[in-house]
Design a binder for this molecule. Sequence first.
Ligand SMILES: NC(=O)c1ccc[n+]([C@@H]2O[C@H](COP(=O)([O-])OP(=O)(O)OC[C@H]3O[C@@H](n4cnc5c(N)ncnc54)[C@H](O)[C@@H]3O)[C@@H](O)[C@H]2O)c1
Length: 402
Amino acid sequence: MSSSSSSTAAPSPAIQSILPRLAAVRAHLAPPNPTTARNLASAALTSSTKPTSTINMAKDKVAIIGSGNWGSAIARIAGQNVVKHSDVFESSRVPLWVFEEMIDGKKLTDIINTTHINVKYLPDIPLSDNVVAIPDIAKAVEGATALVFVMPHQFLAKALDAIEGHVAPGAKAISLIKGVDVHGSDIHIFADVIEKRLGISCSALSGANIASEVALERFSETTVGYRKDKEDEGLLWQKLFETPKFRVQLIEDVDGVSLCGALKNVVAVAAGLSDGLGYGNNTKSAIMRIGLLETKNFCLEFFNDVKPETFLQESAGVADLITSCLGGRNRKTAEAFVTTGKPFDVLEREMLGGQKLQGIHTAMDVHNFLKARNRLGAYPLFDKVYHICWDGLAADTLTDGL
Ligand SMILES: NC(=O)c1ccc[n+]([C@@H]2O[C@H](COP(=O)([O-])OP(=O)(O)OC[C@H]3O[C@@H](n4cnc5c(N)ncnc54)[C@H](O)[C@@H]3O)[C@@H](O)[C@H]2O)c1
């Protein structure tokens, strides 16, 4: 009875005075309208031009974990965007974890912090001054609430060992790492590995993004896959990465985005082998088509939540496959594997200036997984790449049986 009478009574002056603030809080916390992710994204992007709320929301603090070719290109964008969106992000400092190495007698971190250029992995292209190179990974992630993982997959486990226990409450992550984590007949994407290990939600970003071209601000698109019911995280990552020259699209599909990014590197190796054999454009197009089909079949066979539109409508799908089969390190070294006869580890050292190959390792992981599941026969292109790269099979058998 008393509750019904109090609900109809006029609020006291004290309550009235805080009603506008309560309404603002409610509006801030309300779930977004059920429109498309793209519309939501546009709304979010334009919101930065509206008057900022009087509510003092905690800002997200970004840390970039990895500083190779792609890590540096993405740190460059993040460093600029935290300033552009300083209502959302802590903008004065973006820690960049750098695996320390000596360059001409100087520490790479010192070089980056004085010249603002990662001379080894992204020469000639300056990072913004707020990007700070840090050699201690635990210090780099201290207090960070938006963790960007961008390193060759072979170094992730050790990085997670060092980060565990240092992650801020309420943190979320995004994985830009290519590859798959295979144990016998189990397979996981690296966003799952990060999520499980750190107990935080992890999105994924992948697309037709050759790092040097993105860093030079050639127009490119990418895809952020976010978790179910985590559009807000997708929007946050979009804010961190989107520029007029780097368009970020969103889809609720972390698995599909990650798997397309991993498997296209195997297809790119096949394309490079074909180039080395001098087979021409018809063969390369056939490899791309078969590779996309095997990618799609693999995703749909082994992962339940992959969205079919990721393959053709998103940059992470067909566009990344095309760009990787035309350019990129996996294609390039596979071509040299055929033309020079040198093994991949030698070519990696000679041709990539410290950058790491992914495609041949993913080919082995995928082979081991499919073998454990007794499904090799359904994926002849993936299987052929494995045998040529790791098993001494002649490269000119590439198209046999496809
Ligand atoms: N480069 C690209 O164009 C591109 C584009 C999209 C995605 N990716 C993916 O992004 C991820 C990161 O690639 P990248 O291009 O930034 O890296 P990269 O291949 O340039 O790798 C070199 C990085 O590994 C680090 N490293 C070397 N030895 C190490 C060790 N023992 N422990 C820890 N770190 C060590 C180096 O310091 C450097 O930061 C990869 O999964 C890659 O496939 C790359």
